[in-house]
Design a protein around this ligand. Structure first.
Ligand SMILES: [Zn+2]
Length: 78
């Protein structure tokens, strides 16, 4: 079964991998680990099933809070 189909951007093959995903909600950046994501072999774009998107949203809003917090370096192009 192939839940992702081909990449909507480049038509490349999309293969499921478990990734850490940057997720931004209400200005706050989260890193979500162990996310099953469809990754385009050609352009690297990531896709999520509706169920996974739902589980990611639930993960960032869980009352227990984050497992860990890490500092994120901010840089700019000069
Ligand atoms: Zn692609």
């Amino acid at each position: 079964m192939e839940p992702y189909g081909d990449c909507i951007y480049c038509g490349g093959e999309v293969v499921e991998e478990v990734r850490s995903v940057d997720y931004r909600i209400e200005g706050q950046l989260y890193i979500i680990q162990n996310v099953p994501a469809g990754v385009c072999r050609q352009c690297g774009e990531m896709f999520f099933t509706a169920e996974t998107a739902h589980r990611m949203e639930a993960a960032v809003t869980q009352p227990a809070g984050p497992l860990n917090t890490v500092p994120v370096p901010v840089v700019a192009i000069k």
